[in-house]
Design a protein around this ligand. Structure first.
Ligand code: GLU
Length: 483
């Protein structure tokens, strides 16, 4: 590749980062990193009606969280700024005038009422409305005079009278439409702001974007954009249009169902690393069986030939599996730090041996949100039913439990060094002495000190974590239940 690779992510500040948008950003980032190029963040906020407060900050935050570092952007600057479209007004105006001069556009003075009336006539006849080019042949001098006199106007693209509008997409190949099907759309509105159709072309050219990576919703309008590039005499960039990410074959991911955005999944307790890793594989295959990737491995493996043309289906189960892998394999201190707020919902993390707790817990959770419920027994023993001690296979029942717990209590009182090994040794010796299966003893003890038959880790871990004093207190509580 001769030219420097420059890709961009160009989100509109809508207030959330859609999974599809995150994938677009990620592929742009991977592509630029792979080729030693630059990745640029541009905020597309010309549609002021869609503007949501705080949405731009959310974009910065999401980019930082996902590790999609950019080389140029509104908050870090760069040589091609401003990187926020609403701050580029003058630039669009200047280029709209230039395009008129180059013959690729014209000034249009048709007012809204006239256009609405024409649209209605067409619709009444059951015809599709298209702008009738009333203003196309107004001599330029005359148009400029009318503008100078303060008349309201828009700038419209002048679609050539015949021929094809086309482009080559690196994923979808050659895409071409007959210009007869295209309308002279508005490029600059009467308020002086550009439409997306114009802004994206001007910005991508001026920012020297070499590869435009975005969703397939822009596939059908790209031939039109290329007409603008050609009218200016500009080099056209390379294009990669990415198929959508769907919930299933028919339904889109939806904000309403809480499965559409990066933030939705963070909130559900998925790790950002797992989300990003999973999303990388949504519609791209490395051509090997590898599924867990670091960011560096990802960009090294990334290749356009592995991108699929068909819509990607978001498989929550697969994401959950990947999340479990990340939870299990993450550095334990990093995990404790990350999961701290979830632990804090149930316990005071400073009061517990977090390394022992995590060793027991990590293999048993799918998301961080599973943590509080799984460790609630540490804070307080629930008021359980003594029938819990009755287990057919274990051959235990409340009467035997009372006997076991009494014996456990007597032995545990003597354990000075309250660590798992000494606790284990003392209890194993007890089981042997009593001629009892250790499993039976531990089963009763676990219930007797946690109030539940399922805990992360066994009875010994539970006793150790809860602490000697509290273990003995809980044994008393259970014994009085059993009495
Ligand atoms: N601002 C557009 C969007 O959020 C991006 C289009 C593009 O990447 O060209 O959909």
């Amino acid at each position: 590749m001769a030219k420097e690779v420059r890709t961009r992510f160009a989100p509109s500040p809508t207030g959330y980062l859609h999974v599809g948008g995150l994938r677009t950003a990620l592929y742009g980032w991977l592509f630029s990193r792979k080729h030693g190029g630059k990745f640029i963040l541009r905020i597309e906020d010309t549609d002021q009606q869609r503007f949501v407060d705080g949405a731009v900050d959310l974009i910065y935050r999401s980019m930082a969280e996902t590790g999609l570092t950019y080389d140029e952007g509104p908050d870090i600057g760069g040589n091609y700024g401003p990187y926020i479209q609403s701050e580029r007004r003058e630039i669009y105006k200047e280029y709209a005038d230039k395009l008129v001069e180059a013959g690729g556009a014209y000034y249009c003075f048709c007012d809204k009422d006239t256009l609405d009336a024409k649209r209605k006539i067409a619709e009444d006849k059951g015809e599709a409305y298209r702008y009738d080019r009333t203003c196309m042949n107004i001599p330029l001098e005359e148009a400029r005079k009318r503008i100078a006199a303060g008349e309201s106007y828009v700038v419209r693209q002048r679609i050539p009278d015949e021929g094809e509008a086309y482009f080559d997409d690196l994923i979808f190949g050659h895409i071409s439409v007959d210009v007869a099907e295209l309308e002279d759309g508005i490029l600059l509105k009467s308020d002086g702001l550009p439409t997306y159709n114009f802004a994206n072309v001007v910005d991508d050219h001026l920012m020297e974007i070499s590869h435009i990576i975005r969703g397939t919703e822009y596939l059908s309008s790209t031939p039109k954009y290329n007409l603008i590039y050609r009218a200016f005499g500009w080099d056209v960039p390379e294009y990669l249009h990415l198929p959508p990410v769907m919930k299933n074959e028919k339904q889109k991911l939806s904000k309403r169902h809480g499965d559409a955005s990066f933030e939705d999944f963070l909130q559900k307790g998925y790790l950002k690393e797992a989300i990003v890793n999973y999303i990388a594989l949504l519609g791209w295959s490395p051509g090997t069986n590898q599924e867990i990737f670091t960011m560096e491995e990802l960009y090294k493996a990334f290749d356009v030939s592995g991108i699929s043309r068909s819509p990607a289906i978001f498989d929550v189960q697969k994401l959950t599996w990947m999340n479990e892998e990340y939870i299990r394999n993450m550095d334990v201190d990093a995990f404790i730090e990350r999961a701290r707020p979830y632990f804090a919902e149930a316990i005071d993390p400073d009061q517990f041996d977090m390394h022992v707790l995590c060793a027991a817990l990590r293999p048993r959770i799918s998301t961080l949100c599973d943590i509080p419920e799984k460790i609630a027994f540490l804070a307080k023993m629930p008021d359980y039913d003594i029938e819990l001690f009755r287990h057919k296979k274990m051959k235990t029942d409340p009467v035997m439990a009372a006997d076991c717990l009494n014996a456990c209590k007597a032995v545990l009182e003597t354990v000075e060094d309250w660590r798992i090994d000494p606790i284990h040794d003392a209890l194993s010796a007890l089981a042997q002495e009593r001629g009892q299966k250790p499993g039976q003893l531990f089963y009763c003890l676990r219930i007797g000190i946690t109030g539940t038959a399922v805990t992360p880790g066994g009875a010994m871990e539970a006793a150790y974590l809860i602490g000697k004093e509290e273990t003995l207190r809980r044994l008393d509580e259970s014994l009085s239940k059993l009495a």
